[in-house]
Design a protein around this ligand. Structure first.
Ligand code: SF4
Ligand code: SF4
Length: 149
């Protein structure tokens, strides 16, 4: 169980398996499924624009580009490789050097090494304090069904 949780949660406390870029994440999985289900909708979007007299269908090409992007990322999670989104994340190497699983276990937490912006910094502190407060298993149970975003 602990190993599964460690696979999912990064040392910052965020859940990599809920990240849109994770290779096995639900966002990627459902994006792939939706692309499959939409089939040749490009053609129908153009038809529906005039047939249904609804300009919303003009937005379909942009929607499709976004959907294809969400289906295309393939990160293995930050315990296996460098974060593909936050390339200057300071946590990953730092927690490895200090041989701890999460930042809350570090004597210097909360530090200035993360390179996070202020919104992420606040979230990082909140998540780590919560893990410390209720324990890893309970924290995982509390958050596993909530969206990351
Ligand atoms: S390491 Fe970064 S890009 Fe990869 S799944 Fe985790 S948050 Fe997403
Ligand atoms: S120094 Fe900061 S980033 Fe590094 S492990 Fe400690 S709390 Fe995390």
């Amino acid at each position: 169980m602990r190993e599964d949780i460690l696979k999912a949660l990064g040392p910052c406390g965020l859940n990599c398996e809920k990240c849109f870029a994770h290779e096995n994440g639900e966002i990627r999985k459902y994006s792939l499924k939706l692309i499959e289900k939409l089939g040749n909708f490009d053609f129908y979007a153009k038809r529906f624009e005039s047939l249904l007299d609804n300009p919303i269908f003009k937005k379909y090409p942009d929607f499709k580009i976004m959907l294809e992007y969400l289906a295309s990322e393939n990160c293995k999670g930050c315990r296996k490789e460098n974060c593909k989104l936050f390339k200057d994340c300071g946590v990953r190497n730092c927690h490895q050097q200090r041989k701890i699983d999460f930042c809350f276990q570090c004597n210097d937490f909360p530090c200035k090494n993360t390179n996070f912006d202020s919104a992420l910094d606040k979230r990082w502190i909140k998540l780590n304090n919560r893990i410390r407060e209720i324990g890893l298993e309970k924290y995982y149970a509390e958050t596993k069904d909530k969206p990351r975003y």
